[in-house]
Design a protein around this ligand. Structure first.
Ligand SMILES: NC(=O)C1=CN([C@@H]2O[C@H](COP(=O)(O)OP(=O)(O)OC[C@H]3O[C@@H](n4cnc5c(N)ncnc54)[C@H](O)[C@@H]3O)[C@@H](O)[C@H]2O)[C@@H](O)CC1
Ligand SMILES: Nc1ncnc2c1ncn2[C@@H]1O[C@H](COP(=O)(O)OP(=O)(O)O)[C@@H](O)[C@H]1O
Ligand SMILES: [Mg+2]
Length: 276
């Protein structure tokens, strides 16, 4: 297992070319947030916007529209019950993030299944939170597209069948290769299994142990994938940045709130960008 270093940041985060516009930096849709978990998809969407994704649309329960726009006017809203709109937005996206706060009821399942049938190999799909639980509960086949899964240890147990105590590198690798996905296995020391390598994130702090921290990471992963050319590097750099910012904040804070990581992203990325 390789240990990630700060080198992944300038390797991934590029100075923006002058001759560019929002379309250059990707079109991302984030799907989730039922009537109870609206905060999850709002945090994920905010992370994608602050990471620099060009155009961000949030597909969620309509009860979340007001809070989404109050918190994040940069994001567009769509009702995830509107199947025609969902189809056109998913079809037009480069990156789709599904799962934060999606829940596991019939609407959530139908939405996930619809997205699985719509995505194509030209897109990248990030599957997080409830969407992972749904795949496990209903034994759904994952679509044959570039896939990133971001389970915590219990979600990984559900989808892989490997109990938390038995989640060794060898056991995880066998399952990752069967899933044909990049897997970000989140814990106090997150591991990233890519098609070609395995990485340990050396950073992270218990100040991060608060609800919404993973929702924020899912949005960052999506935001990095939307705009940086190497998808593996994009995932690695997002994981590293998430914890590096948290560690900086934890020097003076007992707990780090997910939205505070998001707020630091533009400054952090500027400090670590490579020169063109
Ligand atoms: N503000 C919000 O709207 C929030 C919504 N959330 C959403 O709630 C849904 C359910 O997700 P949860 O993860 O809370 O619930 P889950 O039931 O999926 O997972 C939590 C269970 O996993 C166990 N577990 C074992 N190892 C763990 C580890 N390393 N990290 C985390 N849990 C571990 C916990 O003890 C607990 O029993 C998701 O869709 C999520 O996005 C949560 O992110 C919390 C905040
Ligand atoms: N003690 C810890 N040390 C380091 N990182 C942690 C710790 N506890 C939680 N995290 C990080 O916080 C995030 C939690 O993700 P997740 O459980 O999906 O949260 P949520 O679904 O509530 O947003 C992961 O990135 C995990 O690595
Ligand atoms: Mg989560």
């Amino acid at each position: 297992m390789q240990t990630l270093t700060a080198k992944i940041l300038p390797q991934t985060i590029r100075q923006r070319p002058a001759d560019s516009y929002k379309g250059t930096y990707g079109r991302i849709v984030l799907i989730g947030g039922n009537q109870n978990f609206g905060g999850a998809i709002i945090m994920a969407s905010a992370a994608a916007v602050y990471a620099g994704a060009g155009l961000v649309t949030t597909l969620t329960d309509p009860s979340n529209q007001g809070s989404l726009h109050a918190r994040l006017p940069e994001a567009m809203f769509a009702d995830y019950h509107d199947t025609a709109l969902l189809t056109s937005l998913v079809t037009g996206a480069n990156v789709i993030v599904i799962g934060p706060g999606l829940g596991t009821d019939a609407t959530a399942l139908a939405t996930l299944q619809r997205v699985f049938t719509l995505v194509t190999p030209q897109q990248t799909l990030v599957v997080d939170g409830s969407a992972i639980t749904l795949v496990a509960e209903h034994q759904l086949a994952l679509p044959a597209v570039p896939l990133v899964l971001t389970p915590h240890q219990m979600e990984w147990q559900r989808i892989s069948g490997i109990r938390i105590a038995d989640q060794t590198e060898a056991a995880n690798r066998q399952m990752v290769d069967r899933l044909h996905a990049t897997v970000v296995l989140k814990s106090h020391r997150t591991e990233i299994y890519t098609p070609t390598g395995t990485y340990e994130n050396p950073l992270g702090t218990p100040a991060q142990a608060t609800g919404g921290m993973g929702d924020t990471l899912a949005g960052m992963v999506g935001g990095f994938l939307a705009q940086f050319s190497n998808p593996t590097d994009a995932v690695l750099a997002a994981v590293y940045s998430h914890s590096a910012i948290a560690e900086e904040l934890a020097r003076t804070q007992y707990v780090v709130l997910p939205h505070q990581i998001t707020e630091q992203l533009p400054t952090f990325m500027k400090a670590h960008e490579a020169q063109a």
